[in-house]
Design a protein around this ligand. Structure first.
Ligand code: IPM
Ligand code: MG
Length: 359
């Protein structure tokens, strides 16, 4: 059955990297590996420019109707002066909330070919395979009250609220434990339970859920320590589960262990298995339009889409194999360049991955 994919290129380098993802999908289609129908929409700054709204109603509707959404990136300096409710990021957050995409999977895997590109010593990162499970529709990102208010003294006060219900914590923990069963059966739950009541509850619920998974080892770690451990001894982690804000920060940190933030894909899933797929990096306005952005995080996001939402795990493996082949060939975008490798641009990298697809 043909699957519907909504493609949302977004802003900055978004259209460039998504262009390569579309090329890859078409190549797989031509191989007979998948049957997809692509539809396009606007989100973020691009949507604001066209409709005055970073998430136009038709985009959200099309996303709801699709089997999966492929997103590039949103945001850029051009839209920073806008009120927060109109900023590109609101488009992304609105999609996450509107589709109920509470489970964000961010795998940080080191391709052995890139051990030298990591800012850490090769022996610290070689063999790295971490799955960060980030809660995506709650926490301080969405908590009320929020805003900036003016006190009677005339001084202004900014407010955001960290909030989690037990059921929100429970469902994301279950996702993490279920994933751990397919991996090394270890879950590290990250919180700040020594200071924040909200995450004290998180720890309690994680422990309770963990009791249903006696075959999975559960540990707890404060987020400050987790950030330190990620750069000290990252291989101690298998699955990490955490809230929205901590997950945002820790996944950027983990990405550098793999050589570049340009390597990390992500899947954001709802309870129905519908998903949105995007690289974890942003719109990189500083390099947009130059043809140098690394498309691999987006191409690997396509692999996750095929695996988690489109029921095509074999096609997903083809992509992952092709990426490994291209790295073996010594081809590198500037962000993962190291001595002796060949520097190429976005389109060449996309072409190389397509050419390396096993048939
Ligand atoms: C991410 C990004 C987003 C987030 C921004 C663009 C809103 O940093 O996906 O990690 O904070 O979630
Ligand atoms: Mg982030």
């Amino acid at each position: 059955m043909t699957k519907k994919v909504l493609v949302l290129p977004g802003d900055g380098i978004g259209p460039e990297i998504v262009g390569e993802a579309v090329k890859l999908l078409k190549a797989l289609q031509a191989q007979g590996a998948i049957a997809v129908e692509l539809e396009y929409g606007l989100v973020g700054g691009a949507a604001y420019d066209a409709f005055g709204d970073p998430l136009p109603a038709q985009t959200l509707e099309a996303a709801r109707a699709a089997d999966a959404v492929l997103l590039g990136a949103v945001g850029g300096p051009k839209w920073e002066p806008l009120h927060i409710s109109k900023r590109p990021e609101k488009g992304l957050l609105g999609l996450r909330a509107g589709l109920g995409l509470f489970a964000n999977l961010r795998p940080a895997i080191l391709y052995p070919q890139l051990a030298g590109a990591s800012s850490l010593k090769p022996e610290v990162v070689s063999g790295l395979d971490i799955m960060i499970v980030r809660e995506l529709t709650g926490d301080i990102y969405f908590g009320q009250p929020r805003g900036v208010e003016t006190l009677p003294s005339g001084e202004r006060r900014g407010i955001n609220t960290m909030v989690y219900t037990e059921s929100e914590i429970e469902r994301i923990c279950r996702v993490a434990f279920d994933l751990a069963r397919k991996r090394d059966r270890r879950v590290c739950s990250v919180d700040k339970a020594n200071v924040l009541e909200c995450t004290e509850l998180w720890r309690e619920v994680a422990t309770r859920v963990g009791a249903d998974y006696p075959d999975v080892a559960l540990s707890h770690m404060y987020v400050d320590n987790a950030a330190m451990q990620l750069v000290r001894a990252p291989k101690q982690f298998d699955v990490m589960v955490t809230g929205n804000l901590f997950g945002d920060i820790l996944s950027d940190c983990a990405s550098m262990l793999t050589g570049s933030i340009g390597m990390l894909p992500s899947a954001s899933l709802n309870a129905a298995g519908q998903g949105m797929y995007e690289p974890i990096h942003g719109s990189a306005p500083d390099i947009a339009g130059q043809g140098v952005a690394n498309p691999l995080a987006t191409l690997l996001s396509v692999a996750m889409m095929l695996r988690y939402s489109l029921g095509a795990p074999e096609a997903a493996q083809r992509i992952e194999a092709a990426v490994a082949t291209v790295l073996d060939q010594g081809l590198r975008t500037p962000d993962i360049l190291s001595a002796g490798m060949r520097r190429i641009g976005t389109v060449e990298m996309g072409d190389a991955v397509v050419a390396a697809l096993p048939v």
